[in-house]
Design a protein around this ligand. Structure first.
Ligand code: ADE
Ligand code: ZN
Length: 335
């Protein structure tokens, strides 16, 4: 029997650095919004939706994920989506979040950039005021689209820079290396934004190197393929570069065949700054607590390891040094 029970993991103060808001769209809310906006979805029940969530790889998932996002139309929809996620965070004692949103998924359907970001931002403000959950928002470019398209999106973001902390890169990884976006990331940095990128999820360790060298990322999203490159591992350890790892996502998308094969704790013990996150919780079977639970069940994670994983998330977050210190103290005091 593990020394850890569910309640201990649920009440553990946590921080989430890798969460796609569109991936937190639960089937129930999808139905509500489909009805409210008169959008047709190819499902008739929540059970049917859940059955459809079987994926062999990242692309399988992305096809269904982009389809689900069609129900998001007006500002209130983006508010409701974000607010539902924040309520989950409150239930699981997540103190601070840095969610991603994919504007191109929505602007391609004719939705204004401001509709999207205003709804999300209003919920994040309410989250701070009513739930005490702090947040920083990250705009992700879709890497299967062109760099020119990303430039258009960055231009649309300029009136809203006060609401955005960083840019990221997501969607289909293979065949779309980070360096495809070098110029738009350089422009984002000039505008004062930090950068992150999905790299080494399905793609090779080489993509992690180019995310670091060409995009100058402050964190690597996923990054699990680093384990195949000794020099990269040494660099990540020396630089204490945070990796935002998503255990349930990695097994649902068959990056690892089984949770028992996941290398997150091996990396932790080698000194890599690894963190635990949920990625797309509505699609992968769980939020923050559930991701910690599987590490306990499949990898025999200890309490000390769980606390080190959270401490890494605090270190790797984009919040103020003062708030990082407050959260580190809260974590240290947790027994
Ligand atoms: N978009 C949403 N989830 C993603 C993931 N795991 N990888 C790449 N793009 C994504
Ligand atoms: Zn992701």
């Amino acid at each position: 029997m593990s020394e850890i029970n569910f309640d201990w993991l649920n009440a553990l103060p946590k921080v989430e650095l890798h969460l796609h808001l569109e991936g937190s769209l639960e089937p129930e809310l999808m139905f509500t919004l489909a009805k409210r906006n008169n959008v047709k979805i190819p499902f008739t029940s929540v059970e049917q939706i859940k059955e459809a969530y079987q994926f062999n790889n990242l692309q399988d998932f992305l096809d269904i994920y982009y389809q689900g996002a069609d129900v998001l139309v007006v500002e209130q929809d983006f508010y409701d989506l974000t607010w539902a996620y924040l309520l989950k965070c409150q239930q699981q004692n997540v103190l601070h979040v840095e969610p991603f949103f994919d504007p191109q998924t929505h602007t391609a359907r004719g939705i204004d950039f401001s509709t999207i970001i205003d709804g999300i931002n209003r919920a994040l403000v309410d989250g701070r005021e009513k739930l005490g959950i702090s947040s920083e928002l990250i705009l992700c470019f879709l890497r299967h689209l062109s760099e020119d398209d990303a430039f258009i999106t960055l231009q649309q973001a300029i009136p809203h820079l006060d609401k955005i902390k960083a840019v990221g890169l997501d969607s289909s990884e293979k065949g779309h290396p980070p360096e495809k976006f070098s110029r738009v990331f350089a422009k984002a940095r000039e505008l004062g934004l930090l950068t992150v990128a999905h790299a080494g999820e399905e793609g090779p360790a080489e993509y992690i190197w180019t995310a670091l060298n060409d995009l100058k990322v402050s964190r690597v999203d996923h990054g699990v393929s680093a384990i195949f490159d000794k020099a990269l591992m040494e660099y990540l350890i020396a630089a204490q570069m945070p990796l935002t790892i998503c255990p349930l996502s990695n097994t649902k998308l068959k990056v690892f065949a089984d949770m028992s094969e996941h290398t997150i704790l091996q990396m932790l013990e080698l000194g890599v700054c690894v963190t635990v996150n949920s990625d797309d919780p509505a699609y992968f079977g769980g939020y923050m607590t559930e991701n910690f639970v599987v590490l306990r069940d499949s990898l025999a994670m200890t309490k000390a390891q769980a606390k080190r994983l959270v401490s890494n998330s605090i270190k790797g977050s984009f919040t103020s040094l003062e708030y990082k210190n407050t959260m580190q103290q809260q974590l240290a005091d947790y027994r």
